[in-house]
Design a protein around this ligand. Sequence first.
Ligand code: NAD
Length: 361
Amino acid sequence: MAYNITLISGDGIGPEVAEATTRVLEATGVSFHWELAYAGSDAIERSGTPLPDPVLESIRKNKVALKGPVTTPIGSGFRSVNVALRKELALYACLRPCKIYLGAPTQFKDVDIVVVRENTEDLYSGIEFERGTSEADKLIKLLAEKGAVVTEDSGFSLKVISEDGSRRIVKFAFDYARAHNRKRVTAVHKANILKFSDGLFLAVAREVAREYPDIEFGDIIVDNLCMQLARMPQQFDVLVLPNLYGDIVSDLCAGLVGGLGLAPGANIGVETAVFEPTHGSAPKYTGQNKTNPMAMMLSGVLMLRHLDETKAADRLEKAIAEVIAKGENVTYDMKPGSAQIVGTSQVADAVIEKLEASNKN
Ligand code: NAD
């Protein structure tokens, strides 16, 4: 039986890394029927909107999607397709494992951190008031009534954190830790300053932690976390964070394990799941067969695990790890300064060769 999967290749480098990924997934022997869907600038050209309804309908029907990166214009233009997709499908948990594979370009050793990012609230709630608009003026007047002085040239983006939203993401982190034999969950916050948003997140995290006496719990202020990650990342296991810190810290952790080319991700909701790399569309490399497809391939590994195709997931992860360890068929980001590098599609060929070799053993 073939799995019906919605495939959003995305834009920029998306189509290249997506093509490499579908090839290696098919080489595991698991059958897929890819239902193509278009989002972002691709979709605007085709149907005038960045997130057409058929994309959401396809994911709701198939329950699982594999997605490449989608460009979001900065400052103006359409709002983020990624943020909209996560909200529309209630993909509340973003899972970003960051682990060092032997041979990866990093000075660190033994890093194996799982970042669990809340995916729908916080500063990504989309509640914004533009400087100089009547809505912004109304808010400034309301704040003045409460005794807060805000100058007229201010714009606003609201940070919204709820008790329920905090509870479900912290529970997700603990359930993940339990299911994957992880020892410790650390809640990340800035509750010393943001008392009613991060303070609520932390209070709920402490409450939830009491339901999981088998898992150690700790909390840390986000700026201290960044310093500790740069100094001694091995001390961390599972991190659970509100949306914005999760976004930033997952890129930091990607840097620790060898860069964005090695950082996979999954967006998980109750009904549906969308698997995509942490990286963006890297527009300057579009169409050059240059960038690393391994982050998207490793997102494919997460997808196989989600589908309970554990053997295929293990084999694909092992094949990718072997290609990294050998270091002959890797992209520019894996061997900085070296001329001995290959392109996106050659990485897929090398991974497939390893998979075929493992079939014969
Ligand atoms: P980016 O992740 O696209 O790229 C930053 C840099 O990281 C690149 O210039 C490149 O040097 C490196 N890089 C990224 N992916 C790589 C890969 N697979 N192999 C090797 N090197 C890689 O970040 P950006 O430039 O800040 O964002 C570009 C666009 O992507 C923006 O429009 C942004 O909104 C969007 N974005 C989309 C997603 C998503 O679709 N989930 C995520 C992040 C950013």
